[in-house]
Design a protein around this ligand. Structure first.
Ligand code: NAI
Ligand code: MG
Length: 497
């Protein structure tokens, strides 16, 4: 029994609030030993393969295909055939039925997907269960609703599908990024070749099972696994009409160079270094929750993470002490434990990148704080970290760390906050915490960021467009805006003829 302390005359309370393990069972997941490539509604045996791991245990989970150019070509051909042979001519109301079906199946199989997502990617089960899965299903529901209303969404512009969409996604929200990509593409009448990230292919491969269950016509969605070489082969393929990419800025730039002058449509959703700005009139306890959610959610593997905290000088000490106290309560460990707040780092490579940047922060002279925390012996882990005494020029204030590491800076006036917040090559998101509505509106106008949250952070909704400025990329995903990159319009009659 837990040690108890007597309070007053009667009440017994534990002296220490520890948590008993609360593991989610993995029994619902049926892993295969090896997975093929999902092409034309069939499983194609890959010529090469690699092993996918659990980042929290380093155990092998399955063998995954490493698709080469010929296999990518087979997938693009299957997508092209499906586009020409029925899918693009299907009435929108029929396409919508498939999307609704997929959405419902995702809801029905949510637990299976959530457990698999946490096994393969390392994110806490409470996040894959309460964020990734509900949002993934919501995206399919939302775009199902547009499929038969494109003429109303874009009046007098005669929207038509483009053709084959090549979609390359990262490892931080594997199934959710799949949904962001596939749902609008299909709603608009395109067919798809999707390449999941090499470290997190399993939920995309399970999704192929959903497509079969939904009886989606073969070839409408094809899934080719593999690393950057597979992605590059997809980008180079002349049969692809549109590329949608989410990932690092470097790869995004390479793709843009590759496609320059080819006429292939492109949208890029790249990195970020978001400012989370706390004014002295903000509700501070809520703001501290927002800071924690902003940077420690999903181990900080979030392109819109609030990785630069700007605190107004007058409340600096108070904010930092509240933040440190809150950080000490974060539970780091087994992603499948329902009490875990911060799970495993997605890969050894990402862990090394985080470590390298954290070292640079120490070397450049910032002060580091990490709460006491016992990490599991196996697997990839990083303790939630905050750097204070950070100068704007430090690498930890400039570069995307993509890990649970926060850099704190200060400001005195709203003008100074804006100037510092915008002092970055990125421009994906920002947060503002203040009681003044007028200040929120003024700040939102000044900040060069695609998404600005006010008195909240990391909120997502399928109806709301998401995307960046500057080196964070271009094009929007979500909402009505998210359909546009998957459509072509009658440019001869731009004003409706
Ligand atoms: P990455 O950009 O290399 O990987 C993202 C996707 O692109 C993966 O599916 C990958 O296989 C594919 N890919 C890689 N090289 C390619 C190429 N030449 N052509 C086509 N596709 C290619 O990102 P990586 O290496 O996993 O992470 C490095 C850093 O990038 C992270 O530390 C983080 O800062 C940033 N990043 C940002 C993301 C975001 O959501 N904005 C997502 C993932 C990474
Ligand atoms: Mg890379």
């Amino acid at each position: 029994m837990a040690e108890v302390e007597k309070r007053g005359e009667r009440t017994l309370v534990p002296t220490e609030w520890t948590y008993a393990p609360a593991p989610e069972s993995t029994e619902i997941v049926r892993l295969r030993d090896a997975y093929g490539l999902y092409v034309g509604g069939e499983w194609l045996e890959p010529s090469e393969s690699y092993t996918t791991l659990s980042p929290s245990t380093e155990e092998a989970l399955a063998e995954i295909g490493q698709a080469g150019p010929e296999e990518v070509d087979a997938a693009v051909t299957a997508a092209r055939d499906a586009f020409a042979n029925g899918w693009s001519a299907l009435p929108g109301s029929e396409r919508a039925k498939y999307l609704y079906r997929i959405a419902r199946i995702l809801q029905e199989r949510a637990r299976e997907f959530a457990v698999l997502e946490s096994m393969n990617g390392g994110k806490p089960i409470k996040e894959s269960r309460d964020v990734d899965l509900p949002l993934a299903a919501a995206h399919f529901f939302y775009y199902a609703g547009w499929a038969d209303k494109l003429e109303y969404a874009f009046p007098n512009r005669r929207p038509r599908p483009i053709g084959v969409a090549g979609q390359i996604i990262p490892w931080n929200f594997p199934l959710l990024m799949l949904s962001w990509k596939i749902a609008p593409a299909l709603a608009a009448g395109n067919t798809v070749v999707l390449k999941p990230a090499e470290t997190t292919p399993l939920t995309a491969l399970l999704f192929a099972d959903v497509l079969r269950q939904a009886e989606l016509p073969p070839g409408v969605v094809n899934i080719v696994t593999g690393d950057g070489r597979t992605g590059a082969a997809l980008v180079k393929h002349p049969g692809v009409d549109k590329i949608a990419f989410t990932g690092s800025t470097d790869v995004g730039k390479a793709i843009q160079r590759e496609l320059a002058g080819t006429g292939t449509k492109l949208t890029l959703e790249l990195g970020g270094k978001a400012a989370n700005i706390i004014f002295d009139d903000a509700a501070l306890d809520q703001a501290v929750e927002g800071i924690v959610n902003g940077i420690y959610f999903n181990q900080g593997h979030v392109c819109c993470a609030g990785s630069r905290l700007f605190v107004q000088e007058s409340i600096y000490e108070q904010t930092i002490s509240k933040l440190k106290r809150r950080m000490a309560t974060l539970r780091v460990g087994d992603p499948l434990d329902k009490n875990t707040d911060v799970g495993a780092i997605n890969s050894r490579m990402q862990l090394e990148r985080i470590q390298e940047l954290v070292e640079s922060g120490k070397d450049e002279g910032a002060d580091i704080y990490q709460p006491p925390c016992r990490l599991p012996e196996k697997g990839y882990w990083f303790v939630p970290t905050v750097f204070t005494n950070v100068a704007q020029s430090y690498r930890i204030a400039q570069e995307e760390i993509f890990g649970p590491v926060l850099s704190v800076l200060t400001f005195r006036t709203p003008e100074e906050a804006v100037e510092k917040a915008n002092n970055t090559p990125y421009g994906l998101s920002a947060g503002i915490w203040t009681e003044k509505g007028s200040r929120i509106l003024w700040m939102a106008q000044q900040l060069r960021a695609g998404v600005v949250w006010a008195n909240t952070f990391n909120r997502f909704d399928p109806t709301s467009p998401f995307g960046g400025y500057k080196e964070s990329g271009f094009g929007r995903e979500g909402g009505l805006h998210g359909l546009e990159p998957y459509l072509t319009f009658d440019s001869s009659e731009p004003w409706g003829g």
